[in-house]
Write a protein that binds this ligand. Structure first.
Ligand code: HEC
Length: 109
């Protein structure tokens, strides 16, 4: 009887990758909330706070309310460097999640 150990191993690895990626896409705004809490909240008001901890950093609710703010403008901003902001390196899927989170603040107003 032949055994086929090499067929099962890559199959499981692919399944594992799917399990990691799928929830991130399904819950963009939730993942975005986690990212902004850990990466952005030291400077920005990320939710309903009245003021940002760092006075020069705009509240995300105010960013969301700007007519010029779109999914594209946020994605471009988060991929480029800015003088008053540390260059936080986000993965493309993290940028998607953070953009979705900020735009989600607009819908709550
Ligand atoms: C160390 C403080 C700091 C951190 C951390 C920080 N920011 Fe900022 N951010 C700023 C400041 C200050 C500005 C205003 C930039 C300027 O005027 O040049 C800004 C501007 C922005 C803007 C532009 C708003 C506009 O006018 O269009 C966005 C969007 C933004 N930040 C998103 C984020 C996100 C998302 C994170 C986390 C991944 C983050 N920032 C982390 C300080 C910070």
């Amino acid at each position: 009887m032949k055994t086929t150990p090499n067929l099962t191993t890559p199959g499981l690895a692919a399944l594992g990758a799917l399990l990691v990626i799928a929830p991130a896409q399904a819950q963009d705004a939730v993942t975005g909330a986690q990212i902004v809490q850990s990466e952005c909240a030291v400077c920005h008001a990320v939710g309903g706070e009245a003021k940002s901890p760092e006075a020069k950093a705009p509240r995300f609710a105010d960013v969301a309310a700007l007519p010029s703010t779109t999914e594209l403008s946020l994605k471009v901003f988060l991929r480029s460097s800015h003088k008053n902001m540390p260059n936080i390196l986000l993965e493309p899927e993290e940028i998607d999640a953070v953009s979705a989170y900020i735009l989600g603040l607009r819908n709550k107003r």
